[in-house]
Ligand binder design. Structure first.
Ligand code: AR6
Length: 163
């Protein structure tokens, strides 16, 4: 059984086994939480990401955490919101599922997620948190703790309402 919780915070300071990055398909630094993770992890991360050959929307790939407290970074690419009828819910669910599969492959027991797609990618917060919580709950996994790390109070409240 995976335990789910939501906290307010900065995911780059999380001390769980792995943190998830809301990445772009090129696995390039970018902005938002992704830019913050690249800055905090240090230059080794860019080199490691360049060797991965990108990541499709809905897929996930791991690198070490480099200078981060977390041992691993799981890079996943959520969908860009385009109105909701372009497969966005399925692709967002896939990003959460694939991240947990990668976490299981690494043997990690605790994973921190940001609110994937709800920033620059424009996915409406309420709908995105529905997908995040339902998908993680439905996914059989050896991960014992999933922590949704929310950068602002509105996001934390949205998760808290669903947990
Ligand atoms: N810790 C936790 N959450 C954060 C942090 C942080 N340090 N910083 C921002 N957030 P976004 P997306 C929240 O835009 O929508 C990038 O350029 C933020 O407030 O980071 O999936 C990538 O390279 C929001 O709630 O990710 C991609 O090109 C959430 O993280 C694109 O943006 C996600 O916002 C991905 O866009």
């Amino acid at each position: 059984m995976t335990r789910l919780e939501a906290v307010r915070g900065d995911i780059t300071t999380e001390t769980l086994d792995a943190i998830v990055n809301a990445a772009n398909s090129g696995l390039a630094p970018g902005g938002g939480v992704c830019g913050a993770i690249f800055r905090a992890a240090g230059p080794g991360l860019e080199e490691a990401c360049a060797a991965l050959g990108g990541c499709a929307t809905g897929d996930a790939k791991a690198t070490p955490g480099f200078a981060l407290p977390a041992a691993w970074i799981i890079h996943t690419v959520g969908p860009v919101w385009a109105g909701g009828d372009r497969g966005e819910p399925e692709r967002l669910a896939s990003a959460y599922r694939r991240s947990l599969e990668v976490a299981d492959g690494l043997g990690v027991r605790s994973v921190a997620f940001p609110a994937i797609s709800t920033g620059i990618f424009g996915y409406p917060l309420a709908a995105a948190t529905d997908v995040a919580v339902a998908t993680v709950r439905a996914m059989p996994s050896a991960v014992e703790l999933v922590r949704f790390v929310c950068f602002d109070e509105g996001t934390r409240t949205a998760y808290a309402a669903r947990l």
